[in-house]
Design a protein around this ligand. Structure first.
Ligand code: ADP
Length: 542
């Protein structure tokens, strides 16, 4: 017997319809690429999204067409998303920080037919376009007055292009499992792999992300997604924020400490999210200027492990709650968030920080387990670590084009490639990426734990740990350090600081000082590049 409830497909344009109707005057504030701060509302954004959909349809784009975006977070980028989805197209976010050859590879693989591009990236698209055969149109997210000379014959300024539509358009309806969005993983090894979100998965993920024990956002929040829309959907905020009707503040291309601070302060931001490197810049700026964080209540930190010292600083010095989160492009992307269950809610000080170093627990909609290499499930004892596997309605079941088949099993579990343990209360902690973990004498050493510890040293700005080959132990940890400006900690200072805080055999065999640590296009430490850089390094213990 079937239920007798309405068949109301979970389609993304329902989100913007609801935002416009219930929260029509709520603002979306963007730092534009042209310079000034510009303001719009959900009502206007929906109207412009309808025009995007209408224009695309008139120009012959149809259900299932991949339409790329290469843009910073802005209202224009968001209305392009909703317009593309609302006519049945698939928004495909491109990460402009990738190598041009890699972007061209991705665009060809996805067969993108058009691209919405910020002024900043027009030169990049000029370079790529000849290599992307499917690309028929370039819509430059600006107006005619700011439109530069371009070698692209098929480039138009967005505002003039949009002005040719009147917005008299009805959203298309289709099955909720229809593709809505696309994002490729960075592919630190091998080719990037395409993740294809559906309307249903986006809507479910947006609801999941907003729940009180997940991000816990509401219409009373002012949300600043510093995490780019091209980095795994801005962690769902592009859909969660309109779903709950929160004011949105979009940072454009400026993510330095001063620029982010300006928005936090002038727009009275209460909630923000980004990778640790962004917060490193903000905290440094705050320390230098002595400025307070007057309005900010919560910051979500993920993408790579949030160092304990960062959590402590936000909470103790600025009274901002840190939510450590873990996720992957393949998971839309949220997988777990470290909010406090009653079992931990009373903890304070170091005991609370101990829990907050964990990546948290899976909200409803994500199932997780850890297994050994033979797929036997391991106990949730907070120490036995193994391969982290997940499944759920907003988790990929395959990659676009069928790559990476071996990461998915028949029961729907996706092997994340992360190594983790889960405690008896369900809190998961990543100990490493499977390919970064250091194998010393047959035992595993967590590079993340060592990095977290090292950056707690007051003179260290950033730290990375890699395995360096060792004749006896196979691999031993090397700590690579960027010193804070004007500070000169020695190898011995640093090792003495770490001594006694980790198992003796985990202690790094050496410390190397570098001016800079390389990062990936999504702001993670690029371990492959570091390992290459230190390939011939001889440890003093070797
Ligand atoms: P990319 O690999 O393209 O940068 P993702 O953003 O999807 O794309 O990366 C997901 C990976 O990032 C995870 O598998 C995990 O290794 C790492 N990661 C994400 N959040 C955290 C976190 N809080 N702590 C440690 N690692 C994290």
């Amino acid at each position: 017997m079937l239920g007798l409830m309405q068949d109301w497909p979970l389609l993304c344009h329902k989100i913007i319809d609801s935002a416009a109707r219930q929260h029509g005057n709520r603002e979306i504030v963007s730092r534009s690429v042209e310079g000034p701060i510009v303001r719009t509302t959900y009502r206007d954004l929906r109207q412009r999204a309808l025009k995007v959909a209408q224009k695309l349809e008139r120009e012959g784009y149809a259900l299932g067409d991949r339409i790329a975006t290469m843009a910073w977070n802005s209202a224009r980028h968001l209305e392009a998303w909703f317009g593309i989805m609302g006519m049945g197209g698939v928004y495909h976010t491109l990460n402009p920080r990738l190598f041009p050859e890699q972007i061209a590879w991705i665009m060809n693989h996805a067969e993108d037919r058009a691209v919405f591009v910020d002024l900043t990236f027009l030169p990049l698209v000029e370079k790529l376009a000849p290599a992307v055969k499917s690309l028929k149109k370039v819509i430059v997210l600006t107006d005619a007055a700011h439109m530069p000379q371009t070698s692209l014959a098929n480039a138009v300024p967005y505002e003039e292009w949009l002005a040719e539509a009147d917005g008299d358009f009805a959203w298309k309806t289709f099955d909720e499992n229809t593709a809505a969005g696309m994002c490729y993983t960075s592919g630190t090894t091998g080719n990037p792999k395409g993740v294809l979100y559906s309307h249903r998965s986006n809507v479910i993920h947006a609801m999941m992300a907003a729940m009180p024990d997940a991000m816990g956002i509401s219409s009373r929040d002012v949300i600043l997604p510093v995490v780019p829309m091209f980095h795994a959907n801005a962690w769902g905020l592009g859909q969660s924020a309109p779903m709950i009707g929160a004011k949105l503040v979009m940072p454009g291309g400026k993510m330095d400490g001063a620029s982010i601070y300006e928005l936090l302060d002038t727009e009275k931001v209460t909630f923000t999210a980004a990778v640790p490197t962004v917060w490193l810049m903000l905290l440094q700026y705050l320390e230098e200027t002595g400025k307070p964080l007057t309005y900010l209540k919560k910051v979500v930190i993920g993408g790579s492990a949030c160092p304990r010292a960062m959590t402590k600083k936000f909470q103790d010095n600025y009274d901002v709650e840190v939510i450590h989160a873990w996720g992957m492009t393949e998971m839309s992307p949220l997988g777990s968030l470290c909010t406090m269950k009653p079992e931990y809610a009373g903890l304070t000080g170091d005991a609370r920080l101990d829990i907050q170093q964990k990546q948290g627990y899976a909200p409803f909609g994500v199932e997780m387990k850890v297994t050994d290499d033979n797929d036997n499930e391991l106990p949730w004892d907070g120490k036995t670590f193994g391969r982290l596997k997940v499944r759920g309605p907003a988790v990929a079941k395959a990659y676009y084009g069928g790559a990476g088949k071996d990461q998915f099993d028949e029961e729907g579990w996706f092997d994340t490639g992360d190594v983790a343990h889960i405690d008896p209360n369900g809190y998961m902690q990543i100990t490493d990426r499977a390919k970064d973990v250091i194998k010393s004498g047959g035992e595993w050493i967590s590079t993340i734990d060592l990095e977290n510890l090292a950056v707690g040293h007051p003179d260290i700005a950033e730290a990375a740990v890699i395995g360096v080959s060792h004749p006896k132990w196979d691999e031993r940890p090397l700590l690579v350090v960027v010193r804070k400006p004007g500070r000169e900690p020695s190898r011995e200072d640093i090792l003495a600081y770490m001594e006694g805080k980790v198992a003796k055999w985990w202690m790094p065999d050496d410390v190397a000082f570098v001016p800079e640590i390389p990062h990936t296009a999504t702001g993670k430490i690029q371990k492959t590049a570091l390992r290459e850089q230190f390939r011939d390094y001889r440890l003093p213990t070797a």
